[in-house]
Ligand binder design. Structure first.
Ligand SMILES: [Zn+2]
Length: 314
C-alpha cells in the first residue's frame, strides 16, 4: 500500500507524519502554529510538500484540525486557533497543492488511529476520551467511526455536568472539561490549597496556593500526601461521572483514555475504576467497559489524519 501523509494542527504546533501500511511512522516534521487562517493554509501546503519530497510514493493527504470541523474539511469554529472561523481548509490546501486533501476533527482522527493501530485494535465498540488542557473524544460503534451528520460528533468535553458550574471557553457553564481535564485538576487543586487542605502541595508549587498545578498534585500524591490524594480522588470522581454518561449513551466494550493526563495513569486508574463502579447504571448486572490507556501518544492525531486521508482515497 502506498504511504500516507497526515498533519495534526494544534494550538501551538503542527505535527506532520508519513505512515506506512501498518500505520508506522516513517517520517516526521514539526513547525510552530502560525497566526491566522491564511498562514495556516499556506504552512499546511508547505508541510505536505516537505513530507512528500522526503519520501517516495505518498499517495494521500489528511489533516486533523481542532474545533468544529465539517465533513467536507472546513473549520466552523476553533477556540484553539484564535480568530479562525469559517475556513475551508481541505479545498484551499488541495488547490495550492493540486491534489485532493481530506480534513477532520483532531480528536476524531486520534480515535481512528487508536482504533486501527493503537490501544483499540480489533474492538468494534469503543469510546476514546483525551484528557488534556480540555477534553476531546470520539467513538467507534458497530465497527464504524462516528462522525455525525455534520462532522461534529464526539465533543464530550462540552457535556454539561453542572449548569451552575464555572464558565467554559465554549460560552456555557459547568462543562465536563472544566472538572475532568488538566485545567480541571488545577482548578480542584487550587480550591483545596486555598482551603488549606494541601499545605505540602502548595510548598511544592512555590508557596502560593494560586500557583498549584496538576504536576504538583501528581508528585505529592506519589509521595502519599493525604491532601493530594484527596484531590486525585475528587478528580477521578468527575472523570468517572462523564464516563458513566458516555456508557449510557454508547455502551462501549472499552474506553481508551489519552491526552496529557494519561501520564498519571498509575495514580488515576484505581480511583476512576472505583468511582465508575459506584456511578454506573446497574453495575452488578452488566460487564462494565474496560479502561485502557492510549498507545500512540502525541502522534495519535497526525497518524489518524493520515488514515483519514487514506480511507477517503485522497
Ligand atoms: Zn464548554
Amino acid at each position: 500500500m502506498p504511504l500516507a501523509a497526515g498533519i495534526d494542527v494544534g494550538g501551538t504546533k503542527f505535527l506532520g507524519v508519513v505512515v506506512d501500511d501498518d500505520g508506522s511512522v516513517v517520517a516526521e516534521t514539526r513547525r510552530p502554529t502560525p497566526q491566522g487562517g491564511d498562514a495556516i493554509v499556506a504552512q499546511l501546503a508547505d508541510v505536505v510538500s516537505e513530507l512528500v519530497a522526503g519520501t517516495d510514493d505518498v499517495a494521500t493527504v489528511g489533516v486533523g484540525l481542532p474545533g468544529l470541523i465539517t465533513r467536507a474539511g472546513a473549520i466552523v469554529a476553533s477556540p484553539n486557533l484564535p480568530g479562525v472561523i469559517d475556513l475551508d481548509v481541505a479545498s484551499r490546501v488541495g488547490a495550492l497543492l493540486g491534489r485532493a486533501v481530506s480534513a477532520g476533527n483532531d480528536a476524531t482522527c486520534a480515535t481512528l488511529a487508536e482504533w486501527r493501530v493503537g490501544a483499540g485494535r480489533g474492538i468494534d465498540d469503543l469510546v476514546m476520551v483525551t484528557l488534556g488542557t480540555g477534553i476531546g473524544g470520539g467513538a467507534v460503534t458497530g465497527g464504524r467511526l462516528l462522525v455525525g451528520a455534520h462532522g461534529f460528533a464526539g465533543e464530550f468535553g462540552h457535556m454539561v455536568v453542572d449548569p451552575d458550574g464555572p464558565p467554559c471557553p465554549c460560552g456555557r457553564r459547568g462543562c465536563w472539561e472544566r472538572y475532568a481535564s488538566g485545567s480541571g485538576i488545577a482548578h480542584l487543586a487550587r480550591i483545596a490549597a486555598i482551603g488549606r487542605r494541601m499545605e505540602a502541595v502548595v510548598e511544592r508549587g512555590g508557596g502560593d496556593a494560586h500557583d498549584v498545578r496538576g504536576e504538583h498534585v501528581h508528585a505529592a500524591a506519589r509521595d502519599g500526601d493525604a491532601g493530594a490524594l484527596a484531590v486525585v480522588d475528587e478528580f477521578a470522581r468527575w472523570v468517572a461521572l462523564g464516563l458513566t454518561n458516555l456508557t449510557n449513551a454508547f455502551d462501549p466494550t472499552v474506553f481508551v483514555l489519552g491526552g496529557g493526563l494519561a501520564s498519571g495513569a498509575d495514580l488515576y486508574l484505581e480511583p476512576i475504576t472505583r468511582w465508575f463502579g459506584e456511578l454506573l447504571y446497574a453495575p452488578d448486572l452488566r460487564t462494565p467497559p474496560t479502561l485502557t490507556f492510549a498507545e500512540l501518544g502525541e502522534r495519535a492525531g497526525a497518524i489518524g489524519a493520515a488514515l483519514l486521508g487514506r480511507d477517503a482515497g485522497r
